[in-house]
Ligand binder design. Structure first.
Ligand code: NAD
Length: 499
């Protein structure tokens, strides 16, 4: 097993070799609960990327020719190994990310579900055919792998997001190069080890640690055929532009600013539970975070009052031990300052702080990257705080007189990831799900993240490309269709070429 001991660099995986790139800068990896540096990610460049891509390219012919049931058998063994090592992996996720152990279990569980879905590849990869498309002529379509694929990941789901990508890509017969976030490289290293233990042939998966330079090299490498990206919208746009310019198919999931609507007829305790879990789960570092409560009429005062009450006893603290905090730290000291800066900015813009988490200090771990939960009331549409993804434990509250004007506001926003409604009215729910501009909708559900067999469906600035991760769209993304039209002549039948 690769050691992830203190300050160990996070090596790259090239074919069967774990390699520490020499002479490159490194980025520190922290345990956010304590602020300690626990590892260092090498800033790989074009040479390291080329070695990994060449290894993937060399392994491609044999893997693509491996019968799908054999490919899937490896993934079944991988899923079993993930279960067998579940606790160890969740502790690793918490250690490098800072989320609670329960949240890490959710992160890994969602990842395993994607492996399980990829195990359905023999069914999912079946093609189409039709006899007699013209007299004596038949047509069939099969799906074949696209080639070497690359995956570029964000820091907030160290297990789930990589497993949105490589399991289905491998099941479809591609080989893969994974580029995890430089902030959380250790979970991916463990996943690669378990893939090899499951019997994945060497070279079929490779791993390059690094940041911008590694991404640029992947996007411009001529042997990379498809790129899956998940991260901020700013980088998603760069990835889509450079990747498509270099002839690759690209799926790029970006950032978000999600709305959770609350009508006055909602079951208020449940709505407030949904809001606080949605806003403060993973310390707000989720693309499906409930960033904004949109309250209608009298719901505004009640939601703010109930949130204040509920959050007064909220336990913020270290998550790398038990019993841990209900909410952990954010990813870095720099990110904490950034989030705190936005809270200050909201006050300058004229908002009211119903709850201010900036003053929170964790006595047990004074060097951890903590912020308390923050509720910003009376946010208005033109304000920067209303539009910008903060990605921390901060909930905006926007108040409206009626559902109509609230939906109109949400539909003018640039992102289109998630939107939820808490109500007891079927009519309002029907209207909302039909008209709201978002790819993932929740009715009395605070975080409507789809399961592995449905696409993770962001719209507008939350997604660049055509085919999303997860579900059947991922099968289409990682394969290309080949249509064969055939005719077989009877002996003596007129030969068109002879005419
Ligand atoms: P990020 O965009 O900073 O980084 C994502 C990846 O891009 C990393 O691997 C990083 O090394 C690389 N990268 C960073 N800057 C780059 C540049 N200039 N050029 C090329 N590559 C670059 O995102 P993050 O902070 O790691 O993650 C948080 C973001 O991810 C949030 O915006 C969140 O909403 C988003 N996210 C979206 C989804 C989704 O499904 N839509 C899911 C998870 C996270």
């Amino acid at each position: 097993m690769i050691t992830t001991a203190s300050l160990a660099p996070a090596p790259n995986l090239v074919g069967s070799d774990w390699i520490m790139p020499e002479g490159v800068e490194t980025t520190p990896v922290y345990n956010p609960s304590t602020g300690e540096t626990i590892a260092a990610t090498p800033d790989s460049g074009p040479a390291e990327v080329d070695a990994a891509v060449q290894a993937a390219h060399a392994a491609l012919p044999a893997w693509a020719e491996t019968p799908v049931i054999e490919r899937v058998r490896v993934l079944m063994r991988f899923a079993a190994l993930l279960e067998a090592n579940f606790d160890e992996i969740t502790r690793l996720i918490t250690r490098e990310h800072g989320k609670t152990l329960a949240e890490s279990r959710g992160d890994l569980r969602r990842g395993i579900e994607n492996v399980e879905y990829a195990c359905c590849a023999p069914e999912l990869l079946k093609g189409e055919n039709l006899e007699n498309v013209a007299r004596g002529i038949d047509c069939e379509m099969v799906r074949q792998p696209v080639g070497v694929c690359a995956g570029i990941c964000p820091y907030n789901f160290p297990a789930m997001v990589p497993m949105w990508m490589f399991p289905m890509s491998l099941a479809c017969g591609n080989t893969f190069v994974l580029k995890p976030s430089q902030k959380v490289p250790l979970t991916s290293i463990r996943l690669m080890e378990l893939l090899h233990e499951a019997g994945l042939p060497h070279g079929v998966i490779n791993l390059v640690n690094g940041g911008t330079a590694a991404v640029q090299a992947l996007l411009t490498h001529e042997l990379v055929r498809a790129v899956s990206f998940v991260g901020s919208t700013r980088v998603a746009k760069i990835v889509q532009e450079i990747g498509t310019k270099h002839g690759k198919r690209v799926q790029a999931a970006g950032g978000a600013k999600n709305y959770v609507f609350v009508l006055p007829d909602a079951d208020m305790p449940k709505a407030v539970d949904g809001l606080s879990d949605g806003a403060f789960g993973c310390a707000g570092q989720r693309c499906m975070a409930a960033a904004t409560a949109v309250t209608i009429g009298t719901a505004g005062d009640e939601v703010v009052e109930r949130l204040r009450e509920k959050l007064a006893s909220f336990r913020v603290g270290p998550t790398d031990r038990e019993p841990g905090g209900q909410m952990g730290a954010v990813i870095s000291a720099e990110h904490r300052e950034n989030v705190a800066g936005w809270i200050g900015e909201s006050v300058d813009e004229g908002c009211e702080l119903a709850l201010d988490g900036r003053a929170f200090r964790c006595e047990e771990e004074p060097n951890g990257f903590y912020l308390g939960p923050t509720v910003i009331d009376r946010v208005e549409e033109p304000m920067e705080i209303a539009k910008t993804e903060i990605f921390g434990p901060v909930l905006n509250v926007m108040r409206f007189d009626d559902l109509e004007s609230a939906i109109a506001m949400a539909n003018r926003a640039s992102y289109g990831n998630g939107a939820c409604l808490f109500t007891q009215s079927g009519r309002a729910a029907r209207e909302f799900k039909h008209r709201i501009k978002a790819g993932m909708v929740g009715i009395n559900v605070g975080v409507p993240a789809p399961m592995s067999f449905f696409p993770f469906s962001g719209w507008d600035e939350s997604f660049m490309g055509d085919l999303h991760v997860q579900g059947r769209e991922s099968v289409l993304f990682y394969t290309r269709g080949k249509v064969t039209t055939s005719r077989w002549f009877q002996p003596g039948e007129g030969d068109i070429w002879a005419r």
